[in-house]
Design a protein around this ligand. Structure first.
Ligand code: PLP
Length: 406
């Protein structure tokens, strides 16, 4: 008989962003006149690039014709998209990745939540603290937990690597070697990015210790500094220790369209010498029936010259907001990080307020919503995340309101 995994029940009652949304809805209900500015959830606001819209229309028309109609997509992805990604995201950067090492999916949330299925149940994982909640929660749901400490609300099979002001939000190597490690750069939520040397250090550490790095590159398009790698496969030796997860959501505005990919080199094996590529192909083939044809054609359009330019413009507009928000907060006397290679700004709450106290104050006094840092892990306490995904007008208005509040 199926028994509920008890650890599952110890997870917070709802996903962080659902809690934020509920609080915002309750405030709006009580104050119907309030014009709330949403800088909480990391959702994009600009429409899809015209090249993507054109590709969608073309693909829809193909579906209306018996000659060109497509049914089930290949579960690992259409060759045209895998090739476009391999050429543009990897080989153009000197990364040795073959087309068939790329598995197309419906996004990075599913992939980063599901990838743990190809690791052993008793494996130990390491995550940054603060962390994108999916990494830990999906492992807990799978029962990869060990013992639970009520006080710290932590599981013994999870190594938490603090990312603090002191270490520049770049984690130190853990004392005990994990079997697999989640790294996200540019980082959600801290908005900071690992340099080439720092990421090379992690690749060397993983190869030395037989660990696998799961590298989440969802925010790769926001990188501006030359010394920040766009892919972990820019590092020497990454083929034997790394998996990379990519998303079209923040790069090209696909949050509602849904498209992503996971890259697993064929050289990468687990402790039993089983290629992880084979395990993921087996898993994907069993539980996933392929991203829609029309969406994969839309993804392909992102790699045309027109698509690339439109995406650069779109990201540029968000980054204009990011740098404005960052500068405004610094100017108001906040300690603020991120916003240079990332659409996220990570600010320290004033007067030692807790993250949730600051959330309530900001909502009540400025009608601005952000995300409490503590929701991403204990090291996020006394921090707060704002996003640059809104309009320029709203970003300016929000900063004016915060300036009046402090
Ligand atoms: N990974 C990180 C670090 C994210 O912040 C997000 C979304 O906010 C995702 C993955 C999810 O991306 P997708 O929309 O492709 O599922």
């Amino acid at each position: 008989m199926f028994e509920a995994n008890e650890d599952y029940l110890k997870l917070p009652g709802s996903y962080l962003f659902s809690t934020v949304a509920k609080k915002a809805a309750a405030y709006q209900k009580a104050h119907p006149e309030a014009k709330i500015i949403r800088m909480g959830i990391g959702d994009v606001t600009q429409p899809l690039p015209p090249a993507v819209i054109k590709a969608l229309h073309r693909a829809v028309d193909e579906m209306a014709d018996a000659e060109t109609f497509r049914g089930y997509a290949p579960d690992l992805g259409y060759d045209f998209l895998r090739k476009a990604m391999a050429e543009n995201d990897y080989r153009a950067r000197g990364c040795d990745i073959a087309d068939d090492e790329i598995f197309i999916s419906d996004g990075a949330k599913s992939d980063s939540g599901n990838i743990q299925e190809i690791f052993q149940r008793d494996n130990v994982l390491a995550v940054c603290d603060p962390v994108y909640p999916v990494y830990v929660d999906s492992n807990v749901m799978a029962g990869r937990t060990g013992t639970y400490d009520e006080k710290t609300t932590r599981w013994s099979n999870v190594i938490y690597m603090p990312c603090t002001e002191e270490n520049g939000f770049a984690p130190d190597f853990p004392e005990k070697t994990p079997d697999f490690i989640y790294l996200c750069s540019p980082n959600n939520p801290t908005g900071t990015a690992l340099t080439k040397d720092q990421l090379q250090g992690w690749v060397d550490y993983a190869n030395r210790n037989g660990a696998v790095i799961i590298f989440d590159a969802a925010y790769e398009a926001y990188i501006h500094d030359d010394n920040v790698p766009h892919s972990i496969f820019e590092c020497r030796g990454a083929r034997t220790c790394a998996i990379e997860i990519r998303s079209f959501s923040k790069n090209a505005g696909f949050t509602g369209l849904r498209l992503g990919a996971t890259v697993i080199p064929k050289d990468l094996v687990d402790h039993n010498k089983t290629p992880l590529w084979n395990l993921w192909a087996r898993r994907h083939g069993t539980k996933y029936n392929g991203a829609p044809y029309i969406v994969q054609r839309a993804g392909e359009a992102c790699y045309t010259e027109e698509g690339k330019q439109e995406i650069r413009d779109m990201v540029g507009r968000y980054m204009h907001n990011a740098s404005f928000i960052r500068r405004s907060l610094l100017d108001m006397g906040f300690a603020a990080y991120g916003g240079v290679n990332s659409p996220y700004i990570w600010l320290k709450t004033p007067d030692s307020m807790t993250s949730w106290e600051f959330f309530d104050k900001l909502l009540a006094q400025a009608n601005v919503i952000g995300t409490p840092g503590s929701g991403f892990g204990p090291s996020g306490e006394h921090f707060f995340r704002l996003t640059a995904f809104g309009s320029e007008e709203n970003s300016v208005e929000a900063m004016e309101r915060i300036r009046k509040m402090v």
